[in-house]
Design a protein around this ligand. Structure first.
Ligand SMILES: [Zn+2]
Length: 120
């Protein structure tokens, strides 16, 4: 292969075939590859979003179901922890009467000074 021609070739970022670029900033060999690459990127972003949102929803739902079993009770952190409660994830925090209230969709908790949680 002629070396001056070899330097002019680029590798398509999508199909990985060599091509002669029409513009110096060309990344794809064809408009089809450019479109397919764009669709692939969008699909990957959607898959990532669904994975992350799905996992967060699963944790929130588990927290909510743990609390449902203790409606109206005062529960220790250890009891919730033992059931797999995830303290980092909640849907909302509200500050009412200087106490933090944590929301898990429709179920609310507030943290008391005794490090226990009152289920509302
Ligand atoms: Zn291509």
């Amino acid at each position: 292969m002629n070396s001056s021609r070899a330097t002019a070739l680029k590798e398509c970022l999508y199909c990985e075939n060599d091509f002669i670029p029409k513009r110096s900033d060309a990344k794809f060999c064809s408009s089809k590859c450019r479109h397919d690459a764009g669709n692939l990127k969008k699909r990957k972003e959607r898959d990532d979003r669904e994975l992350i949102v799905g996992e967060t929803h699963r944790v929130l739902w588990k927290n909510r179901n743990i609390l449902l079993n203790h409606l109206g009770e005062t529960v220790s952190w250890d009891t919730l922890k033992a059931k797999g409660f995830n303290f980092k994830i909640h849907t909302e925090i509200r500050n009412i009467d200087k106490a933090s209230h944590y929301g898990y969709y429709d179920i609310w908790l507030f943290s008391s000074k005794k490090k226990s949680l009152q289920n509302l």
